[in-house]
Design a protein around this ligand. Structure first.
Ligand code: TIU
Length: 223
């Protein structure tokens, strides 16, 4: 077995076992990142999320070059909305609700243009794509079985939004025994202060949820 790579991270160094660490890219979908989608319908400034796309592409290229496992997730619902609880659809007073028609098709509905991952991060053959009805990627999905099939023990996270779907999934993964690292430049929130605080919560108390590292630190150890 190859020696683990050491990544300078908070709250202390992260040991990445080559081949056993999946890159997990959360919900880099047009519905969250582009105007006219679900994120915008909630009243958010979606332009804040674009900053995470380039750094995520750097990670994705590195994982692909090594042939390591890549997982993409998409928050979306079945066309008949049978997997959408009323508590999720009816919350608050958004401009449009999940399932309503918008400029990129029906909001957060599987197969619609808005639910697709942005073109520069589009999945390629052999990568795992998980469609999920919740904020966490383990709830009501085959993710855990896919990770077991791939022999994955470590998860390196990118994606949006930091404090909603990324943090929820990291917490679910941490409880399932995965060693989790979030890459700071590769994640974004509509609220910069929430991004900072979510990362602070993850690494507090000796890494209660996991680790955080800068993109340069990750790339340095991969070289
Ligand atoms: N609203 C918000 O910040 N996020 C979500 O609804 N989903 C994800 O984070 N993907």
């Amino acid at each position: 077995m190859t020696d683990p790579l050491t990544i300078v991270a908070r709250p202390f160094a992260y040991q990445l076992p080559p081949g056993q660490a999946a890159l997990v890219i959360i919900d880099m979908q047009r519905d969250f990142i582009e105007p006219g989608g679900f994120g915008a319908s909630l009243g958010n400034d979606v332009s804040r999320l674009e900053a995470a796309v380039g750094p995520t592409r750097v990670l994705l290229d590195a994982w692909r070059a090594r042939g390591w496992p890549v997982v993409h997730t998409r928050e979306c619902h079945l066309a008949d909305l049978s997997d959408l609880p009323p508590a999720k659809r009816d919350r608050g007073s958004p401009a449009l609700r999940i399932g309503d028609p918008g400029p990129m098709g029906r909001l957060l509905v599987r197969g619609e243009p808005g639910s697709q991952i942005v073109p520069s991060l589009a999945p390629v053959s052999g990568e795992v794509v998980i469609d999920k009805p919740g904020k966490g990627a383990f709830y009501a999905t085959p993710l855990q079985g896919e990770l077991q099939r791939l022999g994955v023990t470590h998860l390196v996270f990118a994606g949006v939004t930091t404090e909603v779907c990324v943090q929820t999934t990291m917490r679910e993964a941490n409880d399932r025994g995965y060693e989790c690292l979030i890459v700071e430049e590769a994640t974004a929130s509509y609220f910069p202060e929430f991004k900072a605080q979510a990362i602070a919560m993850i690494v507090a108390q000796g890494g209660i949820v996991g680790w955080a590292a800068g993109l340069d630190a990750v790339m340095e150890s991969l070289r």
